[in-house]
Design a protein around this ligand. Structure first.
Ligand code: SAH
Ligand code: SF4
Ligand code: F3S
Length: 479
């Protein structure tokens, strides 16, 4: 099989943040009509890893494929186009992908016409792309996060030339609006408001895989939200690696607070957003969250570390004190606020004392939820070049110790909910017990309860009877 290289990734280009005007465009496929002629009876399958940005990209790709006449495959064995949408944020995210492709390559061997594609953040790294191309000759399409709009043309090219195609351009990126829409969920929706990241935290690969921070036009976002409301959506989550930076790159005179307020006023029952960088979080944003009852009182505010020296070496641009002051203002202004966070343990050369600062910060903030990670070096990032004298065992021990600090308050918080009644957006059959339904409270707490499947997608009142650390058990009550 011949390989046609259109573009390959380049970390230097990926890291560049030159002042250039963002290109706004509407996705447009040259070969959509050609594909419609040959897609009859053909199916696609997409497997997504990683964050909500990837989940939303999956939906965009589904919309394009369905517009071209492909149908969602009942299972991967029956698919004519298979796309593995990857994540590169930590090593274990990448390992899962190697396992998955290992399983799928036999399908391509059995069906020479199969399009087996890898996209997403992993292929944006030159060395990983090289390894994937070598290890999996069965994969006949590689495309990057900036090539999603070209998906149909790339598939058409693979089918007609029978060549292996590589199209991954490292660039700052555009803002592409997609017309056909497809959603995995019919009452909860993600809406992109800003793409990319300019923060370059020293441990993180995302700014290299996703391009510069670039905001969508204010009105395009509002139009999308209005369409969702008109079709009965109950919850919208505004998405970005750093939603608080919204609008800074535009000259529309609007910031994230203005955007939240405008979406809240459209009347969506539940408005959420993720992720917030503490550095860009303004008092104006806190005031808007406090003011509108339909903006959920839940903020994911990654801290990463509680020690100033580590924060400085991570390039986080805030100090422990600034973070704690922000939390204080949030807790004062927003009654009933639920705070969650991300923390990395075992950053290069993290001392025991520095780690204890993180534990003490956790004890002060008393998070209602948290994600904890062991530091994973990402090739090409500054932290990967730092020397590291912390052993694997120490990292694991610190991880476990930190989780104990976090769980203490999370458990107390769960217990404090017992006996009270909360509105819950019903998600579906519980993953742990098929006789129960599950859903989330406004505070983003998972609740299991008995109820009829017809309630999925509605908001019901649930009285909490029993608490576990990460979930609650309750019963539906009237009113
Ligand atoms: N943009 C978001 C999060 C992106 S990645 C933010 O800044 O909050 C999600 C989380 O993964 C990060 O918050 C961080 O805690 C974790 N993470 C990122 N890079 C990592 C690495 N190299 N090793 C371990 N955890 C990492
Ligand atoms: Fe990564 Fe930092 Fe950007 Fe978040 S803000 S995506 S952690 S570089
Ligand atoms: Fe992973 Fe890329 Fe998201 S690295 S966390 S899928 S932006």
């Amino acid at each position: 099989m011949k390989t046609k290289i259109i573009n390959t990734p380049d970390l230097l280009k990926a890291a560049s943040r030159k002042k250039e005007v963002t290109n706004f465009c509407v996705a447009n496929s040259k070969h959509i009509e050609d594909l419609r002629k040959i897609s009859g009876g053909k199916n696609y399958y997409i497997r997504t890893y990683g964050c909500q940005a990837n989940v939303r990209d999956e939906e965009t790709m589904r919309a394009m494929l369905e517009d071209a006449g492909y149908k969602l495959a009942e299972d991967v064995e029956k698919a004519d186009v298979i796309i593995i949408n990857t994540c590169a944020v930590r090593e274990n995210a990448e390992d899962k992908v190697y396992g998955e492709i290992g399983n799928l390559k036999r399908l391509r061997r059995a069906n020479k016409d199969l399009v087996l594609a890898i996209c997403g953040c992993m292929v944006e790294q030159p060395e990983i792309l090289g390894r994937l191309m070598k290890t999996f000759p069965e994969v006949n399409l590689f495309f990057g996060t900036h090539e999603i709009a070209q998906l149909l043309d790339l598939i058409y090219e693979v089918i007609t030339t029978k060549e292996r195609i590589v199209s991954i351009e490292s660039k700052q990126g555009e803002v592409v609006e997609f017309v056909p829409d497809c959603r995995n969920n019919h009452y909860k929706a993600y809406v992109n408001i800003i793409y990319g990241c300019n923060k370059f935290c020293t441990y993180c690969i995302v700014p290299y895989t996703r391009g510069k921070e670039r905001s969508r036009h204010f009105q395009d976002i509002l139009n999308e939200c209005q369409r969702l409301i008109d079709s009965g959506y109950q919850e919208i989550t505004l998405l970005g690696q750093n939603v608080n930076a919204y609008g800074k790159d535009l000259d529309e005179g609007k910031d994230f607070a203005d955007l939240m307020e405008a979406v809240a006023k459209l009347g969506i029952p539940r408005l959420r957003f993720t992720t917030s960088h503490p550095w860009d979080f303004s008092s104006k944003m806190i005031d808007v969250i406090a003011k509108y009852p339909n903006i959920m009182k839940f903020i994911h505010l990654p801290v990463q570390s509680g020690n100033d020296e580590i924060l400085r070496r991570m390039g986080r641009r805030y100090t422990r004190e600034q973070y704690l002051n922000l939390v204080k203002e949030m807790r004062e202004k927003i009654p009933g606020l639920s705070l969650s966070t991300d923390i990395i343990v075992g950053f290069p050369n993290e001392t025991e004392e520095q780690f204890q600062d993180t534990c003490s910060l956790v004890d002060i903030v008393q998070y209602e939820a948290a994600f904890t990670f062991i530091y994973s070096p990402r090739r090409g990032t500054p932290a990967a070049k730092m020397e590291d004298n912390v052993s694997k065992e120490t990292k694991v021990r610190r991880f476990q110790e930190l989780v104990k600090h976090l769980e203490k308050h999370i458990e107390e918080y769960s217990e404090s909910m017992v006996g009270k009644t909360f509105p819950v957006l019903v998600d579906g059959v519980s993953k742990t017990d098929e006789n129960m339904l599950s859903g989330y409270t406004e505070e983003n707490k998972l609740v299991h309860f008995k109820g009829d499947i017809s309630l999925v997608g509605t908001i019901v009142s649930v009285k909490i009877n029993e608490s576990h650390t990460y979930s609650l058990i309750g019963e539906i009550v009237n009113g």
